[in-house]
Design a protein around this ligand. Sequence first.
Ligand code: GCB
Length: 609
Amino acid sequence: MVRSGIIYDGENLLSEGSYTQGIKDPYWHLHDENFETPYMTPRLTAEGSVFMGGRDVVSLNGDWCFAIDPMREGLRQRWFEHDAQPIDDWSVPRDYDDGSWQKAPVPGCWTTERDEWLRYEGAAWYSRSFEAAVPTDGDRLILRIGAANAQTRVFLNGAFCGLHLGGSTPFFCDLTPYIQSGENLVMIEVDSTRRADAVPMHHTDWFNHGGLYRDVELVKVPAVHTSHLFVRLTDDGVAVDLTLSSDVDGTAEVDIAGLAKGKIEVRAGAGTTILDCAPELWSPDSLRLYDVTVTYGSDRVTDRVGFRRIERRGRELLLNGRTLQLRGIGMHEEDLDLGKCSDEVEIRRRFAHLKDLGANVARAAHYPHHELVARVADELGILLWEEIPVYWAVAFDNPPTFENARNQLVELIRRDANRASVILWGVGNENADTDTRLDFMRGLVEAARAEDPSRLVTAACLINRETFRIEDRLADYLDVIGLNQYFGWYEPGFEGLKRLLQNSDPDRPVVISETGADAVAGMHGPDTQLFTEEYQAKVLTRQVEIAARADYVVGTFIWLLYDFRTDRRQTKHQRGWNLKGVVAADKTTRKLGFVALARAYQRHFRDAD
Ligand code: GCB
């Protein structure tokens, strides 16, 4: 194997050379600061998505070999090329030996794996082998990674397969060109370094967990396979959009069990049909899901889909034609033991708390949560706001940052397009109203609408502290205006909130997308004392009550369900935690605010009869 490297004449880097041929500098890897450049493309993007419903997969979850790599030696020395070399082989760097690495679980966050890794932010390598056969008849073998935070490079058998940007969406890597019969070695570099030009950027109010933290699996698909299937209710019946992996013409069959059957004429790899039928509608009170099967050639995919209509009329929100009020709660994906990992038990616990609050909707903040969240929400009748981490001051003037955000949005929409529970796509959170931000966000709104015309688009906007009005130029492009405001916490008292709501006269629905107050679980005192449970309870009660008086406010999302780790909070009460949860970080201890919020929701927001 030829290992290319840098030829160095003692002073200057001359050119790409070879480590084994004509070695001028055996220490080339010490001098090459462009070591990332060969591994920036190909990019793993939504274009490579595979529709997963109903497919057989081989799980690669389990213990992987693992090492942190703060100096980026894995790329500099090309560790992925050297596997299976004995460590007394003189031709390879002697800094690497993945067989003897420690084991780390996948899915898993290294930040919660060992105390000394809690604040390790940087690159780390995962490696494991698996058995496979070289696909025949044009079949493809695809690796799917549910999510890895935040920048991920995949290598198979020494070859670089692609780079994915973004820490919360699934991505796909076609391994077919590199697969060999028998044992294969996959190595994955996950880099959790925060960056100013990434999405999110380096400054956030949550903890930066690193890891390959969602499922990793292999799926074999035919040469022509379903990349995306989108099934939704329209005025004329059920629309089925099919996108195939290549530009073929043909006919696909669609079957919605107990409801309708039909054909989809596919031209240049895409087709739509509208099935004239009237499904029983899905709603939080009626959890009807239909089994949908689509077959194209030898490719057969399935999904369980609920049909419902979400729309806005003037300043109202309507679900299946009836007024909808959102009794909401924000959630992070964060766990004392699991970090960013979620499993079904954890997800069901969140939703059990949500139901106990009398809430009907969750804001899955501030990035795409585990895909099971929307599946379980479909099954339990909980509505969802899902969003991408365009949070605070992302590099709005940087086109690659926009492309990264757009790609994450499309990856999220393709993943959850068939989930009835998802009613809102959130495209941003608290971004200052500048010209570049407006262009950036308009682009995202357009991308969301192009990908999914059936849902509403929102963003969490800032209040204008000078005019006390809802005044964000982005509002004109949204279906629902989200408003983050913290009267009673960052702003003294509630008069400002009343003024703001009275001064404003939006032409579309508004939701309070965040409000709340920190409380130390177990700290009691008068309801005038900050950080007590009593004070938090008062803020939540007042907030819900005042917001409900404005007829254009169609709901509130309290910030938030559980206390969470965040390094930017360093008061004596917080010490690295945001304490706005109505439940403590143990996910068990309910604060007084929990009961207060449940009461306020019951009193002020009712479902339409
Ligand atoms: C916000 C942010 C959220 C923070 C929250 C807070 O406005 O959107 O991410 O955690 O305030 O607690 O201050």
